[in-house]
Design a protein around this ligand. Sequence first.
Ligand SMILES: *[C@@H]1O[C@H](CO)[C@@H](O)[C@H](O)[C@H]1NC(C)=O
Ligand SMILES: *[C@@H]1O[C@H](CO)[C@@H](O)[C@H](O)[C@H]1NC(C)=O
Ligand SMILES: *[C@@H]1O[C@H](CO)[C@@H](O)[C@H](O)[C@H]1NC(C)=O
Ligand SMILES: *[C@@H]1O[C@H](CO)[C@@H](O)[C@H](O)[C@H]1NC(C)=O
Ligand SMILES: *[C@@H]1O[C@H](CO)[C@@H](O)[C@H](O)[C@H]1NC(C)=O
Ligand SMILES: *[C@@H]1O[C@H](CO)[C@@H](O)[C@H](O)[C@H]1NC(C)=O
Length: 778
Amino acid sequence: MKRFSISFVLLFLIPLLASCEKQVYIVYFGGHNVEKALHEIQDIHHSYLLSVKATEDEARASLLYSYKHSINGFAALLTPEEASKLSELEEVIAVSRSDPKKYSLHTTRSWEFIGLAEGEGDEKHLRRGGELWSKARYGKDVIVGLLDSGVWPESKSFSDEGMGPVPKSWKGICQTGVAFNSSHCNRKLIGARYYLKGYETNIGPLNATEDYQSARDKDGHGTHTASTVGGRWVPNTSAIGGFARGTASGGAPLVRLAIYKVCWAIPGQEKAGGNTCFEEDMLAAIDDAIADGVDVLSISIGTTKPYPFINDGIAIGALHASKKNIVVACSAGNSGPAPSTLSNLAPWMITVGASSLDREFVSPVVLGNHLKIEGQTVTEFKLENKLYPLAYAADVVNPGISNDVVGQCLPGSLSPAKVKGKIILCMRGNGTRVGKGLEVQRAGGAGFIIGNSQANGAELSVDPHLLPATAVSYNDAVRIMNYINSTENPTARIIPAKTVLHTKPAPFMAAFTSRGPNPIDPNILKPDITAPGLNILAAWSEGDPPTKLSLDHRIAKYNILSGTSMSCPHVAAAAALLKAIHPTWSSAAIRSALMTTAGLTNNMGLPLSDESGNLATPFAYGSGHFCPTKAADPGLVYDAAYTDYLLYFCSIGSINNVDPTFKCPAVPPPAINLNYPSLAVSKLNGTVTVKRTVTNVGHRKSVYFFTSRPPLGFSIKASPSILIFNHVGQKKSFTITVKARGDRTASKVADKDEYAFGWYSWTDGPHIVKSPMAVSLA
Ligand SMILES: *[C@@H]1O[C@H](CO)[C@@H](O)[C@H](O)[C@H]1NC(C)=O
Ligand SMILES: *[C@@H]1O[C@H](CO)[C@@H](O)[C@H](O)[C@H]1NC(C)=O
Ligand SMILES: *[C@@H]1O[C@H](CO)[C@@H](O)[C@H](O)[C@H]1NC(C)=O
Ligand SMILES: *[C@@H]1O[C@H](CO)[C@@H](O)[C@H](O)[C@H]1NC(C)=O
Ligand SMILES: *[C@@H]1O[C@H](CO)[C@@H](O)[C@H](O)[C@H]1NC(C)=O
Ligand SMILES: *[C@@H]1O[C@H](CO)[C@@H](O)[C@H](O)[C@H]1NC(C)=O
C-alpha cells in the first residue's frame, strides 16, 4: 500500500514539475527576413522548435509569437534544456528568458496613483500651441501607437467627428474581442489590438471580471495616455467634484491613434496596486506596430531595475522601430528621487522625466491654534465649516498593530472607537494613498490629512478620495504632529479645494521622477527631457472607478494621474507634430530638435528646481522642459541612423546579440562618440575629446558660434568653434575637449559617483542649439 501511494504521488509530481520548469523564452536569430511572408517565417520558427520538441503538436502548442518586424525570432514555452539546445544552434544569436515580474505601467509608484477630471486641460498648451498646431495641421496624417492597458473608445476624446479618411499608409486592424469590435474603431482610433499569450502562459487564463479580453481598457491608464497624445478638443469637461473645468485636449488633437493593449490586471489584486505587462507580448505589439505603419510609439511602461539593452524587449523592439524611423518615446520611471533609478535607457529612444504644471488644487488645513497649513486635494467631499477633533493615526490604532504600520492607516489598523468623527493624520509610505482614505472611512473618521513621507518632500499628488481629505508636505505633516502633541484636545478644519492656475514656480521636477546617472551606459546622458507628469487630467475608462478601488462605485470620464507615464505621451504628441511638419526627418533628428530647444527655467525666470526648491540637474530633467514650438525650428540637429546604433553595439561589445552579420570596424568608434544631443563623461582622467556632427535644418546660409558653461572645475573647448553652412542638409563635424582643471577640490566633485554639470550650445542668433553635459572624475 505504502509503495503504491508513493508512486501515485510521483506520477503527479513529474508532469507538474516539468510544466513548472517551462518558461517563456525569446529566441533571436541574426539578420532579417522581411522579404519572407509571415507564414514562411512561422514555418521556419516551427522547424527550430521541432528540433527540440518531441512532437509536431508540442512544437506548435509551445509557440507564442513569431516576430518579423521588431526582431527575427520567436517566443515559446521551453524548458531550460530546450532553451540551451536552441542557443547552441549557429543561426540563433540569443535565447533569453522572459522575466514575468519585469515590466509595469509607469504611474506614480503603481501603488500610489491619483485621479480626477478636468476641462481646463492644458489651456496654456492650447494657447501656446496655436501656430504650431496649425503648421502641423494638428498632426492629422501622423499615426501614434500606444503600448498600454487599452482604450475606452466611447470617450468624447476619441470622437472622429470632422476627421478625414484614415491615412493610406495605415495597414493595421481593429481586432474583435470582449466588448470591442470593428465599430469601436473610427477615423481617430484607427487601430486596436491586444496581446495576451505571454500573460496567460505565465499567469493563467484572464479573469473576465478583472479585465476585458480585448483592447477595451479596464484600468484607465491606457485611455489616459492615449487621450494625452491625441484626444480631441472637448469643451466644458470637468473632474468629479467639478475641478479644473474647461476644455480638455491632447497634444496633437487630430493625430490618429493605434492602440496595442499589452498590460493587464494582476489576479486577485486591487487595480490600485498595479498591473503587469509581459515582454513577449510587448515585442509582439511592437512587431505589429512597425508593420501597421505607426510613425510614433508612446510606451509608458518600464522595468523596476535596469536591464542591458539586449535583455530588454522594449529596447530591442525600439531599436528595430528606429530602423523604420519610428520615434519611440518612453517613460523614465517613477523611482526617484534616488540616483541611478532610470529605466528605458537606450539611446534610440526618448526617455521622458516628469515635472509639474502651473496648476494646484488648493485645500488648506486650519489647526485649532489658527495655524494655516497649505494642502491640496481633488476630493469632491467636503467637511462642514467647523473644527473637528484631530488625531495622529499612530495614536488611534487597534491594539497589537506592529510598528511599520503605525501612522500609515494601512487596512485594518485603525480603532473605530478612537477614530469616530475625527480628522486623522495618515502618513505616506506603504499602501496606496486612496486606500488610507478608505481605512479612515472604515473606522468612522470624518476626514483625513495625508502627510508626505520624507522622500516625497513637498510634492503634493492629489486624489479623488472617497471622503473629505487634503494632502500636505512632509514638513507640514511634522508641524501638525507637533501641534497634536502640544495640546490636550487638538482640532482642525479642512477648507474645500479650489483650482488655482498660474501657480509659481512651475514647472518643478517631480520627486518621483527617476534620476540619472545612466546605470547601463554612463556614456549616454539620461533622461533626455522632461514634460508635465504631476496631477495630469485626461480621459478615463468607465470600466474602472477614479480611485481604482473596488469599493468605489463612481464613474469618471476624466481623471487626474501622476507619473512619467503621463509625461511620456506629452513628448510623443510633440514628436507627432514635428513629424507632421518635417515628414522626412529621422527619429534621431526629431529627438534632437526636442532636446536642444528644451527650456531650463521656470515661470519665475529661475533655473528648474525640484519640488522643495533645490536646484535640479540634467539627471532629473535631461535637456530641460520640452518646448514643441521651438522644436519645430531647431536650426541644427544631431542626427543618427540605425547603422550608428549598430556601431554603438560594436563599441559596447554586444553586436553579436543584435546583428552578427554586421561587420564591426577593427576599432569601433567609442560609445561616447554616438552622435547624441547631450554629453556624459564618466570617470574622466585628465582629458577626453568627443566627436559630434550637426546637420543644418535652418537657414540656407548661416554661421553658428560655440558657447558653453563648463561644469565647475572643468574646461571645454570646441574645434572648430565656428561652423559655416551654405545649404540646408549640410553636415559639419566638430570635437569637444573636456579637461579636468585639477583634482576633486577644484571641481567640487567629492567622489567617484558625483557629477558636475554644465552645457554647451551653438547659436546663429535666432537659434540656440543647447546640449547639457555631466562629468565625473576617475
Ligand atoms: C459591435 O458591438 C456593438 C455593441 O457594442 C453592436 O451594436 C454592433 O452591432 C457590433 N458591430 C459589429 C460589426 O459586430
Ligand atoms: C475573478 O475575479 C473575481 C474578482 O476579483 C473573483 O471574485 C473571482 O473569484 C475570480 N475568478 C477566478 C476564476 O479566479
Ligand atoms: C458646463 O457644464 C456644467 C455642468 O455640466 C454646466 O452647469 C455649465 O453651464 C456648462 N458651461 C458651459 C459654458 O457650457
Ligand atoms: C513598508 O513595509 C515594509 C515591510 O513591512 C517595511 O520593511 C518598510 O519599512 C515599510 N516602509 C515604510 C516607509 O513604512
Ligand atoms: C509626538 O509624541 C509622541 C509620543 O507621545 C512621539 O513619539 C512623537 O515623536 C511626537 N511627535 C512629534 C512630531 O513631536
Ligand atoms: C590617470 O591616468 C594616469 C596616466 O595615464 C595614470 O597614471 C593614473 O593612474 C590614472 N588615474 C586613475 C584614477 O585612473
